[in-house]
Design a protein around this ligand. Structure first.
Ligand code: HSE
Length: 414
């Protein structure tokens, strides 16, 4: 029997307890012994839980219990998760987590502590919910030089955008629904402002390129400025709008990394990934593109990945799995202004002809986009590819001519 503890009994934590209970036989068969939940840490009371006798409010009950060998940290947030995880690893216990904020902020340090103490620190559930992505990247794709990773990494925003695109639902209503379904973070700003997707692309970039990428060094935009008009213009441009996290390693070794909404061609493999589903494309030099798809949020999909890590730790109690990356700095990141893209611009236009000519004069060969029923006092264009610095200076020229930029969204090349 292997004794485990679960820290946190929220959406994911209760899912972990549920799977360990309902899938007991299946899990027994996979490691040849029982996985026994000895403690569940939570400050709240759960008197009606079938595991009510295992609850504790005291972290030391877990830390000081020599029988507990594997701990699932599913509390979320940096504190006290960081402090607890460090103490557990230093005590030689393996820790698995779904906490992307923790891994993105402290991954290099926690992996180093795990290494020093011959323990495992695994985090499959931190990216892509139920989709296997961490293990495939560091095991199955290890023979590749990964050139680029790009994906839809946040279920909540993808759910909102899908509801807006497919049903014309308004933003706030779609967000409320995502919260009710348990996809959204406790503070949904982390979802809609892109921070959650940023943490996830940082984890994937660190894994792919071996150096920690910190969220503070990554340009991040959310979806709060996307309007139904943008969605309609995008459709007429044979595209959909998706929140994309993307990292590409350039010839000079720098990472071009960002999170932003993008117009994605309907032909792209990422275009039809809807609702709370995530899709992640990994471009390897041997494999070409490999795409991972599945439920990126929700209780049981995420808990399934946590349980898989628990089982992996149970199978490797005496050995350490080699999962490691070194610390990193902003020196490894391309300054955002130097990154290149085409953009979609929605412009105010008292006179359409004049604005189109002005846009052509400033940006060069632009494609004019329209749809039936579009506001006659607006012009939408797609620009050629240029640096963000050039986009910004050209937008300033438009604004000097009293043309308001109502929307500015990158056009992805995925
Ligand atoms: N809030 C996150 C999302 C949960 O919507 O993707 C899964 O990480």
């Amino acid at each position: 029997m292997v004794s485990v503890a679960i820290m946190g009994h929220g959406v994911v934590g209760s899912g972990v307890a549920e799977i360990l209970t309902t899938h007991k036989k299946k899990l027994f068969a996979s490691i040849g012994e029982e996985v026994y939940i000895k403690h569940i840490l939570d400050l709240r009371e759960f008197p009606d839980s079938p595991l009510a006798d295992r609850f504790t409010k005291n972290f030391d009950d877990i830390l000081n219990d020599v029988e507990v060998e594997v701990v699932a940290e599913v509390m979320g947030g940096i504190n006290p998760a960081y402090d607890y995880t460090k103490k557990l690893l230093k005590a030689g216990k393996s820790v698995v987590t779904s906490n992307k904020e923790l891994v993105a902020a402290k991954g290099a340090e926690l992996l180093a502590i795990a290494k020093e103490n011959n323990a495992n620190f695994l985090f499959e559930a931190s990216v892509g919910g139920g989709i296997p992505i961490i293990r495939p990247m560091h095991q199955c794709l290890v023979a590749n030089n990964v050139k680029e990773v790009a994906g839809i990494l946040n279920g909540t925003t993808n759910f909102i955008l899908t509801k807006m695109i497919a049903e014309g639902m308004d933003f706030d209503e779609a967000l409320k629904l995502a919260q009710d379904l348990g996809f959204a973070e406790r503070n949904p700003e982390a979802d809609v402002e892109g921070h959650d997707a940023c943490r996830k692309i940082c984890i994937l970039a660190s894994l792919a390129f071996g150096k920690h990428v910190y969220p503070d060094n990554v340009h991040t935009e959310g979806i709060t400025k996307i309007t139904l008009e943008d969605v309609k213009y995008a459709a007429s441009f044979k595209s959909v709008i998706k929140l994309i996290g993307k990292v590409k390693v350039l010839d000079n070794g720098k990472m071009d990394i960002l999170v932003a909404p993008m117009l994605i061609s309907k032909k792209s493999q990422l275009a039809n990934i809807d609702y709370e589903f995530n899709g992640i494309m990994v471009r390897g030099d041997c494999t070409g593109d490999v795409v991972f798809y599945g439920k990126g949020a929700g209780k049981l999909p995420t808990a399934s990945a946590v349980v898989a890590d628990i089982i992996d730790c149970c199978k490797h109690l005496k050995t350490r799995k080699y999962l490691y990356w070194a610390d990193g700095t902003s020196e490894n990141i391309l300054p955002y202004n130097e990154s290149e893209t085409a953009v979609y611009l929605r412009l105010s236009a008292v006179d359409r002809e004049t604005v189109i000519n002005k846009a052509k004069e400033i940006f060069g060969e632009v494609t004019v986009i329209t749809y039936e029923g579009a506001n006659p006092n607006e012009v939408a264009v797609a620009t050629p590819v240029m640096t963000i610095q050039d986009v910004e200076s050209k937008v300033a020229l438009l604004e000097n001519d009293n043309i308001n930029v109502l929307s500015k969204i990158r056009i992805g090349d995925l």
